[in-house]
Design a protein around this ligand. Structure first.
Ligand code: SF4
Ligand code: SF4
Length: 220
């Protein structure tokens, strides 16, 4: 596969994951502060300035490493170059806004200042299918726990902690295997994603809730 084909395949994968994230994960991220309080020692923070971007911190969108695949492994240079070019075009239409935010620890009063990712806009991420590998892979531990429970503790479907759905493993093949092999791997991934999607759908319906977030964070 040439760089252009690999780039197209990458964007296709992003689109599929965006649909899944929109359906099951976005509600968590919109309520990130509450979700993080589920972590051991999780603290309560109050937003005192700006917009809290959840995981979308400065630099996060420009990380192209494929964690846990092999040391130093990253998305191929060819895909990254095409991704950056397409992002530059997308950014021209993006409305910039104040990148800094400030949080106050409810218990100690300590103030923390952070800065959001440069692709984080007034309506959230502006990259859609041009997100980086970290952005289509990362789920925090509370979300992973909930997905695992929804999937009947099937760790194979959800994937290991550092590689949700085996996305990094899959991406490590892009540009290194034949087109036929890639199509086979992508089809296997689609089936895995579909299994998780259906498991979540069944779980939410069984609990008579509207979303996974409602099941675990509101109805609990
Ligand atoms: S993945 Fe977890 S930590 Fe990241 S924004 Fe979503 S809820 Fe917050
Ligand atoms: S590229 Fe988008 S999803 Fe990734 S960190 Fe930036 S704003 Fe968030």
């Amino acid at each position: 596969m040439d760089d252009s084909e690999c780039f197209t395949a990458y964007c296709e994968l992003c689109r599929k994951l965006n649909v899944f994230f929109g359906k099951y994960i976005a509600a968590y991220c919109r309520n990130c502060q509450q979700v993080l309080r589920r972590l051991p020692g999780g603290e309560c923070y109050k937003l005192t300035a700006g917009v809290f971007p959840g995981c979308c911190h400065r630099g996060a969108g420009d990380i192209f490493r494929l964690e846990g695949v092999e040391s130093g492994s990253k998305l191929s240079d060819g895909i990254t170059a095409l991704l950056q070019k397409a992002r530059n075009d997308r950014m021209k239409t993006m409305e910039a806004f104040e990148p800094l935010y400030e949080l106050e620890n409810c218990r100690t009063g300590e103030r923390l200042v952070g800065e959001h990712c440069r692709y984080f806009g007034t309506c959230g991420c502006c990259l859609d299918e041009l997100k980086g590998p970290l952005c289509i892979n990362f789920i925090c531990p509370p979300i992973r726990d909930d997905l695992l429970e929804a999937a009947g503790d099937d760790g194979w479907i959800v994937g290991p902690e550092h590689d949700f759905l085996g996305i990094y493993q899959l991406l490590s093949l892009l540009g290194t295997v034949s087109k036929i092999r890639w199509q086979q791997e992508a089809a296997a991934f689609d089936s895995r994603l579909s299994k998780l999607d259906k498991a979540c759908e069944r779980f939410v319906a069984g609990r008579r809730q509207k979303s996974l977030y409602d099941c675990f964070c509101l109805a609990a």
